[in-house]
Design a protein around this ligand. Structure first.
Ligand SMILES: Cc1cc2nc3c(=O)[nH]c(=O)nc-3n(C[C@H](O)[C@H](O)[C@H](O)COP(=O)(O)OP(=O)(O)OC[C@H]3O[C@@H](n4cnc5c(N)ncnc54)[C@H](O)[C@@H]3O)c2cc1C
Length: 406
């Protein structure tokens, strides 16, 4: 059986950054990254640009063969880890190959949630998660096509923007009562929807796809409302899920469990990036964070831990999208609307400039800024300071109360 010093499962932003940090920091052990994708590290952030034809797809690649060789990082591409035996420190790959490790990082990101719908496996039902997805979208988005977009989150917005760019008519189908219900309040939701509509994207709220109509190609989708939306492409953006199956008892509610150090409960095992459900001391509870800056920062943090540093990961990162004019969104802290949280909407300019705060247990745990990037520092400070807003929550919605007055 092969024995390695550092085994990293997942060759995305988090895994590759950890490997690089370890090596650049003087780590001398052998480093092996197992990736079930066929490629070296590429930027998912650039995929929508590649799909729209704004950059050549190759531009998305961030590392080349020479880089891995120079850094003495072995990338096993197109290989999957199927299970890990933490007691014996052995990972089993497809083909029953076993690798024993001294230290293990799990950085497996997320996979698009399966769309449970007859016809979901049709070739013209598209995702936007991988390099191959972006290439396919780029090829299929030609004038005269029509796309139905399922979902109203970040990826759905990217599909819509790509359609607008390529002159493809798009209808977005959202099952919630208003746009992006899982993350946005009504006011920001309406503003974002208006920005999409201004660019010709149609939006159906409170509607689910009941059936995909297939006659050879796709001819339309029938909605729960009875309406049939004619289309020949379907873009699915209904969220991602952590691949939990290979990782046994690290399975959490949304990701793989880690403490505030990004350390798993097993000896010499860490978790980083989109898949980490870690104790986030910034907001005061355990959660997953899915953005590029966080994946890089956590990868760097674990890279240092592999070199022996023992420190908590305490960082507030943000996630932004500005693909539709007038709908520049920045998410800070917890972006989902947790059932037990409260929401306060501070309208700075009706329908145009809004800051939405989410509170839990008397403190601010998240903020969403619509066209209000100038409020970033103040909103971030409210989250990171952990200051109590108990009893004054409604002031968060009052634009006359300065944010630095809490
Ligand atoms: C289209 C798109 C656009 C985005 N745009 C933005 C943006 O503008 N701003 C932003 O902040 N974030 C953006 N994101 C999110 C950002 O890209 C992710 O947060 C980041 O890539 C996560 O990095 P990661 O290393 O944790 O996971 P990933 O990049 O998902 O890497 C994990 C890797 O592990 C592999 N893997 C999974 N299971 C196994 C296994 N069992 N064995 C071997 N390999 C496995 C996966 O296939 C994958 O290659 C975007 C994401 C997408 C899809």
């Amino acid at each position: 059986m092969r024995e390695v010093e550092i085994l990293i499962i997942g060759g995305g932003a988090a895994g590759t950054t950890a490997a690089e940090t370890y090596r650049v920091g003087g780590g001398q052990g052998d480093v092996v990254i197992v990736s079930d994708e066929a490629h070296q590290l590429y930027s998912r952030v650039l995929l929508p640009h590649a799909a729209k034809g704004k950059i050549s797809p190759e531009k998305a690649f961030l590392k080349n063969e020479a880089w891995y060789a120079e850094k003495r990082i072995e990338l096993m591409r197109g290989r999957s880890v199927l299970r890990v035996d933490y007691k014996r420190s052995i990972a089993t790959l497809d083909g029953d190959e076993e690798i024993s490790y001294k230290k293990l990082l799990i950085a497996v990101g997320g996979k698009p949630r399966a769309w449970q719908m007859s016809g979901a496996d049709h070739a013209d039902v598209l995702q936007l998660q991988t390099y191959e997805d972006a290439i396919k979208l780029r090829e299929r988005l030609v004038p005269d096509m029509r796309m139905a977009i399922v979902g109203s989150g970040f990826i759905a917005i990217e599909f819509a923007a790509a359609c607008v760019e390529k002159g493809v008519k798009a209808t977005l189908i959202n099952r919630g009562p208003h746009f992006w219900t899982s993350a946005l309040g009504e006011k920001i939701g309406h503003a974002v929807q208006a920005a999409l509509e201004a660019k010709g994207v149609e939006v159906r709220n409170g509607a689910k796809v009941a059936a995909v109509e297939v006659e050879g190609g796709i001819s339309g989708v029938t909605l729960s409302t009875g309406e049939t939306v004619p289309c020949n492409l379907v873009g699915v953006g209904i969220g991602i899920e952590t691949p939990m199956e290979p990782f046994g008892d690290l399975r959490g509610t949304q990701g793989l469990l880690a403490d505030a150090y990004l350390k798993a409960s097993h000896e010499n095992v860490w978790v980083a990036g989109d898949c980490a459900e870690y104790d986030d001391e910034v907001v005061g509870f355990r959660r997953v964070v899915g953005n590029w800056a966080n994946a890089i920062a956590q990868g760097r943090h674990v890279g240092q831990a592999l070199l022996g540093r023992h420190e908590k990961f305490v960082l507030l990162t943000g996630y932004s999208t500005a693909v539709f004019p007038g709908a520049s969104l920045l998410f800070l802290g917890e972006s989902r609307m947790l059932p037990e949280a409260q929401r306060y909407e501070r309208v700075l300019e009706d329908g145009k400039k809004i800051v939405e705060f989410r509170t839990l247990g008397g403190r601010v745990i998240g903020a969403t800024l619509l066209n209000a990037v100038d409020q970033r520092a103040a909103a971030a400070a409210l989250i990171t300071s952990g200051v109590s807003v108990a009893g004054r929550e409604s002031d968060l919605a009052d634009p006359h109360v300065p944010l630095d007055g809490f």
